[in-house]
Write a protein that binds this ligand. Structure first.
Ligand code: DHB
Ligand code: FE
Length: 324
């Protein structure tokens, strides 16, 4: 078929009407963005000769994604989260905010309100039979190498099955989620368990979209961080454990070379006793550098619907309902 109608005055006028250009009310930015979005999609339908069957199956897929609140899961898989990071890196470079540990995506599975501790926290509830003990520690410093005492380090990660507490109702409340305030030397330490890689649920709408692209939905074993301190740029990042088959094949595109960290197996009885552990464990060391900024809004995480961030807020409630 060679029918092409996109550039006709009828279609162009129609797009302006649909986007509310001739209406007084509404929001100017919403109109501009909707007009552009619809124009791109109408043109795509023309260019690819999209059939009614294809169009309605896409609508059906969007309904399925929305019905299971999975857009937050699909978004990293389609590269949007990493693309926003690339843009923020470019914005920081232009503003000469350089140095510091690189950012990488937050992901959709943060839950606000984890218990807070000074210097040290045990993160796991001791119930994961397959969980190998992890000793996770590091120092938070500024870009000149000065330790930052009192920095807030929020850490969250999956269990040995790749599941996150709250989204996985079999886990106890806030399991593997803690906020640790750095000690006088800027250090934080957590006793936890080595996480497994995460995979998007088999057969879920997100999985179907990825499969249609010939892609998988697997992430390497990883540990999420939010790190903040007054007068420093808020950092959202993750470490990816070295040696995982997906370390360099992450469906969410979150791996960065500086963020690949080894887990070192420690079997020395003296060290085990000193840490008050009951057997061999794996140590993961991740030091963090924060760039400086005077701009108050850059010192906290950007707004986004997050599970339990605001109990009164409908978006926050929905962020906690993803089927994972
Ligand atoms: C997804 C899950 C994660 O644990 C993560 O860190 C990023 C993305 C996801 O399901 O899309
Ligand atoms: Fe994750």
């Amino acid at each position: 078929m060679t029918v092409k109608i996109f550039d006709t005055p009828d279609v162009q006028d129609f797009l302006k009407t649909v986007a509310g250009f001739d209406q007084e009310g509404g929001n100017e930015r919403a109109k501009q963005i909707m007009h552009r979005l619809l124009s791109d999609l109408f043109k795509l339908i023309d260019d690819f000769d999209v059939t009614p069957e294809e169009y309605w199956s896409a609508v059906s897929m969007l309904n399925a994604l929305g019905g299971q609140t999975q857009f937050g899961l699909l978004s990293p898989g389609l590269g949007f989260d990493h693309y926003l990071d690339m843009r923020q890196d470019a914005i920081d470079a232009e503003a000469k905010r350089v140095g510091g540990t690189p950012r990488t995506i937050e992901g959709p599975l943060y839950v606000a309100g984890a218990p807070e501790a000074e210097g040290f926290a045990r993160m796991d509830d001791g119930k994961d039979q397959d969980g190998e003990t992890m000793w996770l520690t590091g120092q938070v410093r500024d870009v000149d190498g000065t330790p930052i005492a009192g920095a807030k380090v929020e850490i969250w990660h999956a269990n040995s099955k790749g599941g996150y507490s709250f989204f996985d109702p079999t886990q106890s409340e806030y399991n593997l989620r803690r906020t640790i305030i750095t000690d006088a030397e800027g250090r934080y330490t957590a006793r936890s368990i080595i996480p497994s890689g995460y995979g998007v649920p088999e057969g879920a709408p997100t999985d179907l979209v990825l499969k249609s692209l010939g892609r998988h939905g697997e992430r390497p074993a990883h540990i999420h961080y939010f790190v903040s301190a007054p007068n420093h740029l808020h950092l959202t990042t993750q470490i990816n454990l070295a040696g995982d088959p997906y370390t360099y094949d992450d469906f969410a595109f979150a791996t960065r070379e500086e963020l690949v960290v080894p887990a070192e197996r420690i079997e020395d009885a003296g060290v085990i006793a000193q840490r008050e552990l009951d057997g061999p464990f794996s140590e993961v060391v991740f030091d963090i550098e924060l760039a400086k900024t005077d701009v108050a809004e850059l010192q906290t995480r950007h707004a986004r619907p997050r599970a339990k961030e605001d109990e009164q807020d409908q978006h926050s409630q929905l962020a906690g309902t993803a089927k994972v």
